[in-house]
Design a protein around this ligand. Structure first.
Ligand code: ZN
Ligand code: ZN
Length: 414
């Protein structure tokens, strides 16, 4: 790709983010959270946003290195300190119905040399202080979107044998391909893709399965679904009335499990990066919704620590179906970034359930939501369980089983 071609692709990517991702309305404010390395994309998004009538574009720039230095050098006590303006800033964004874009470009190994205890304190502090605004975003109070930028350290992690420049080029290519930016009309391609995914979620919503049964080597798991569960794909409607696509790329159709009705054993089909450490070849055993056993070939204690973050950390909050032939899976490499890796395979998440995956979930009190099977936690960590060897059945209220996926692919027509 020469420079002119790259600029053209960058502009197309920015347009997809603004039009399909947040679906910015004329007159809306747009807030962007990004790393300092991500500025070329931030500038392209800004241009696209103003072209589409943005009232104001404001950027919160962070720096991974500054964060790393704090995590290494700060006392544990000082790690519980949060700048006083942060929570009010996010609260006002939500109150005013503004649009929000988060750019991920983080080096997955950034905190690998940091004391896990320090990371746990930081995570808990941010999770607690930011709880209200994060919950508002998780229930789709505003139109928001998470996208990525191939920063140098992340690109080197994905393509370790290449020079930094080559690795970044290669990761750009992967992002452009999986986000359909390489297609002639990316916005139209996304509209078609969203239509197909929505037809899948509509089919599953009509079925009202009471449970899903997963079968694969090392996996025999039954996941109960709350009676009010709602399958979601690609697009959501925010409380400010705007339909948006929260993740680019997205290939998943997902809902919430019943936090108390998960039984059996599940083996991960890909490694999971937790706090800079890669957990490999792990399996979880569930009883009545709760993790009762963790086994792992590598870094099992890191996963155990994550699960122990709070009560909800040992229960599931999401079940997502992704065909094994998804464009991300076909690339055949790990991205070390959930935004991509979760779209490579069917997955489940430890921790919080999304309110919008339960009918009327946004209006329930915390206690009502949990009583109906919704999980609450400050964590939400997806891990991959799907493979070409996975079969999934849907179980109807009368106990009858129907194929949902066979050998990792959709088993029903739309
Ligand atoms: Zn997911
Ligand atoms: Zn998730």
């Amino acid at each position: 790709m020469n420079n002119a071609e790259f600029q053209k692709s960058l502009e197309k990517y920015a347009d997809v983010i603004v039009k399909i991702g947040v679906n910015l309305r004329a007159g809306q404010r747009l807030f962007i959270a990004a790393g300092i390395t991500d500025y070329p994309l931030v500038r392209a998004i800004t241009k696209s946003a103003y072209t589409n009538g943005a009232k104001l574009v404001h950027v919160f720039y962070g720096d991974d290195e500054v964060h790393h230095t704090r995590m290494k050098m700060s006392s544990r006590e000082n790690l519980t300190d949060v700048p006083s303006w942060i929570v009010p800033a996010y609260t006002s964004i939500i109150k005013d119905g503004d649009a929000y874009i988060g750019i991920t470009s983080e080096n997955p190994d950034l905190l690998a040399d940091v004391d896990p205890e320090a990371i746990a304190i930081y995570r808990k502090t941010m999770g607690t202080k930011m709880r209200k605004p994060m919950q508002a975003i998780m229930r789709d109070a505003i139109n928001w979107c998470v996208i990525s930028y191939p920063a140098a350290d992340w690109a080197k992690k994905v393509f370790p044998k290449m020079s930094t420049e080559k690795a970044q080029e290669k990761l750009w290519e992967a992002i452009f391909q999986t986000c359909r930016v390489d297609q002639r009309d990316p916005v139209a391609a996304w509209e078609k893709h969203i239509k197909e995914l929505t037809a899948r979620s509509t089919y599953l919503n009509k079925k009202r399965y009471t449970a899903l049964h997963y079968k694969a080597p090392g996996t025999d798991l039954t996941v109960g679904l709350p009676s009010q569960h709602l399958w979601i794909a690609a697009q959501s409607k925010a409380e400010n009335g705007i339909s948006f696509t929260a993740n680019l790329p997205t290939e998943e159709v997902f809902t919430m499990p019943h936090k108390g009705k998960v039984d059996g054993v599940v083996s991960a089909s890909r490694p999971l990066v937790v706090s800079g450490k890669t957990v490999e070849d792990f399996a979880l055993t569930f009883e009545k919704g709760k993790v009762v056993k963790v086994t792992a070939k590598k870094n099992g204690e890191t996963l155990q620590k994550l699960i122990e973050t709070d009560e909800g950390g040992s229960h599931l909050g999401e079940v997502a179906l992704v065909p094994n032939s998804s464009p991300i899976s076909r690339r055949g490499h790990l991205f070390y970034n959930t935004l991509f890796d979760e779209n490579a395979a069917s997955h489940i998440a430890l921790g919080a359930a999304y309110r919008f995956t339960m009918k009327g979930g946004g209006k329930l009190t915390e206690a009502e939501f949990q009583k109906r099977g919704g999980n609450h936690s400050i964590i939400h960590t997806d891990f991959m369980i799907g493979s070409k060897d996975m079969d999934i059945d849907g179980i109807l209220a009368n106990g009858k089983r129907e194929p949902v996926m066979r050998k990792g692919e959709w088993a029903f027509k739309i």
